[in-house]
Design a protein around this ligand. Structure first.
Ligand SMILES: [Zn+2]
Length: 170
């Protein structure tokens, strides 16, 4: 299995008509979101754009199931963490409560912003990152080499990125 990254810009992007995960003919689409982290002094916020990527029905179903599982685990962790924080506060273990509360908040932010793209990488073998730049460059990581070749065939202007970090959090 050899993965790779490619860079293109938003206006030009095309997707092959085969499934990025299993290579079968795509029969539906899955909306893959590309996030961008925008820094404003101490604040940073996310914007995202959505690309309807052709996928097969079986892989789309897998992606939806993974989404439900990831949200369930995230919510359960946050509720469980909140309960422990509350218990520690009742027992006046304030430092432990504060540390755990910070961890729960961090997990909540991860679930909100990053888990989506990690789950898409695991289940569909595709990650789209929206890079800084005027022409909205997109860095696309592709897990399967056959899909990478198919993708390059329909995006002749794209270039392969030297920096291939398929599982990187950017
Ligand atoms: Zn598939």
């Amino acid at each position: 299995m050899s993965s790779g990254s490619v860079v293109t810009n938003r206006a030009a992007i095309q997707f092959p008509s085969s499934c990025p995960q299993c290579g079968r003919d795509a029969t539906t689409t899955y909306d893959v979101a590309a996030h961008r982290d925008i820094e404003l002094f101490v604040l940073s916020y996310y914007r995202f754009i959505v690309f309807p990527v052709p996928v097969c029905r079986a892989c789309k179903r897998g992606r939806v199931v993974a989404e439900i599982a990831s949200v369930t685990v995230g919510v359960a962790s946050i509720l469980g963490g909140g309960f422990v924080v509350f218990s520690l506060l009742l027992n006046e273990w304030r430092l432990a409560a504060a540390i755990l509360a910070a961890a729960v908040v961090a997990l909540g932010l991860y679930v909100r912003f990053r888990a989506d793209s990690d789950v898409t990488w695991q289940v569909l073998g595709l990650r789209i990152r929206w890079m800084p730049g005027d022409d909205m460059p997109l860095a696309i990581s592709i897990r399967h080499s056959a899909y990478l070749r198919a993708w390059l065939a329909v995006n002749p202007d794209a270039r392969q990125a030297a920096d291939a970090r398929p599982a990187g959090s950017g």
